[in-house]
Design a binder for this molecule. Structure first.
Ligand SMILES: NC(=O)c1ccc[n+]([C@@H]2O[C@H](COP(=O)([O-])OP(=O)(O)OC[C@H]3O[C@@H](n4cnc5c(N)ncnc54)[C@H](O)[C@@H]3O)[C@@H](O)[C@H]2O)c1
Length: 432
């Protein structure tokens, strides 16, 4: 099939590449010329394990192309995926749909034959209805169907998630569109019955409701970890004990610095806004948002306590700054709140992250990036394990840190408190 992917970001690039790998002809377009230039030179603009190899393979055979010519790419394709960003509007807290409608207007002017217009971006309930209204001018009659096909991939595991999905959700009332979608996904759904056809509005809501549920699990276990910390109980044992119940499951039950990334924070807020529009209060989701928004305050006060209220001129090393391992995505990472606060209190920060230096910290003084762990830890007073990269899971801290009295705050519970105690390392973690 001839596919055009509009928006070559985390979702667009991975989806386009995987569709090409499955035997389709794909053009990924973006308005960002630099990004497309890089991709045309074989440089992958994001960190996603395994992606580069598949891009190279499919670029060589020309089944995957990159372009900035959106109009032409739409014209030569039968299937158009909209994969642009839907960030939170800072004032209204609603999903900002300006990129979606901008793209819709371009599609409107380039419908030269029947096409499927599919939102893979996460969009609020009834966005599909609005897209349909915009496209529905006289010359476009019977030339399109608008479908919702929310994407569930996780950064860091994106290729596997795309090629072996738990489910593919397709929202449309058109049986013609549904048949084309089923054929498109056939190679990845044929083994198991993972294709779920539903209404367009339900598909839109399924994505938000799923993300809000997972965010709830994270905030819930973080809240329970606060109780564990006060009552001398190990949260890891509690998580395991809870997770063994198949009705609950053990995933997303790891206590930590709170959820971040480009999805959970914005999607929980957008879901609450949608509910407001329909005069419904989502009190549970509201509490989850409030708890997570305040999580950094708890962590900063814990760091202050660990350092006996002396943060000025203390050398603090962050091992990992991304919101999770396996990605270079810094959007809404807890480190973006914790690090500036420590800098304001006079601490001297070094950080090491396997995904490289971060432009987000350029505006701050007293923060330095180190490309290797040893350099980052050498003179530290406090090491903060912020992200659960594999590189940080088996470190010999006594060899890494030159100072005699250093401390560790393990925000991911990667190490055993008992072993640390035996090694006489001053070790703090979450909920244990
Ligand atoms: N990142 C994830 O893990 C993930 C997972 C599932 C769903 N989603 C959803 O998918 C959508 C995209 O997320 P992302 O993380 O890939 O975003 P992103 O910011 O990485 O990429 C969006 C891309 O769209 C491009 N773009 C914007 N307007 C354009 C236009 N008019 N024409 C062409 N290109 C345009 C931007 O230049 C950018 O490259 C969002 O709605 C997000 O919620 C993201």
């Amino acid at each position: 099939m001839k596919i055009c992917i509009i928006g070559t970001g985390y979702v667009g690039l991975v989806s386009g590449t995987c569709f090409a790998e499955l035997g389709n002809n794909v053009i990924c377009v973006d308005k960002d010329k630099e990004k497309i230039n890089k991709l045309n030179q074989g440089i992958v603009p994001i960190y996603e394990p395994g992606l580069e190899e598949i891009i190279k393979r499919n670029s060589r055979t020309k089944s995957l192309k990159f372009s900035t010519d959106i109009s032409l790419s739409i014209k030569v394709s039968n299937i158009i995926f909209i994969c642009v960003g839907t960030p939170t509007n800072k004032i209204t807290k609603k999903a900002d749909l300006k990129y979606i409608f901008n793209v819709t207007n371009i599609i409107k002017n380039n419908l030269n034959k029947y096409k499927l217009i599919i939102t893979k971006s996460t969009v609020p309930v009834m966005t599909g209805d609005k897209i349909e209204r915009i496209l529905n001018i006289r010359k476009n009659k019977n030339k399109f169907d608008v479908i919702s096909n929310p994407e569930f991939l996780r950064e860091g595991e994106a290729i596997r998630d795309f090629l072996y999905p738990d489910r593919v959700v397709i929202g449309t009332s058109s049986s013609k569109a549904n048949n084309i979608m089923r054929n498109l996904y056939l190679p990845i759904i044929k083994k198991k019955n993972r294709y779920f056809h539903t209404s367009r509005r339900a598909a839109e809501l399924i994505k938000y409701a799923s993300n809000a549920f997972l965010a709830t699990k994270i905030s819930y276990i973080n809240e329970i970890s606060n109780l564990c910390e006060k009552s001398n109980i190990d949260i890891k044992e509690v998580s395991t004990g809870i997770g063994l119940d198949e009705r609950i499951g053990d995933r997303f039950l790891r206590a930590g610095p709170g959820y971040g990334g480009s999805c959970f924070p914005k999607d929980t807020k957008a879901l609450v806004s949608t509910a407001k529009k329909f005069n419904t209060e989502l009190s549970i989701v509201n509490s989850v948002i409030r708890f997570n928004d305040n999580r950094h305050k708890f962590l900063i006060s814990k760091i202050t306590k660990i350092m006996n209220n002396k943060l000025k001129n203390k050398r603090i090393t962050f091992l990992g700054v991304t919101f999770k391992a396996g990605t270079d995505d810094m959007r809404e990472s807890p480190s973006l709140k914790i690090i500036p606060s420590l800098i304001r209190k006079g601490s001297l920060i070094k950080y090491c992250d396997p995904s490289g230096i971060k432009k987000e910290f350029n505006k701050f003084k007293n923060i330095n990036y180190c490309s290797n762990i040893k350099e980052a830890c050498k003179n530290s007073d406090l090491l903060i394990i912020h992200t659960e990269w594999n590189e940080f899971k088996q470190l010999n801290f006594k060899n890494l840190v030159k100072k005699k009295k250093f401390k560790i705050y393990d925000m991911r519970n990667l190490y055993s408190p008992t072993k640390m105690k035996k090694s006489k390392i001053s070790y703090f973690c979450i909920g244990r």
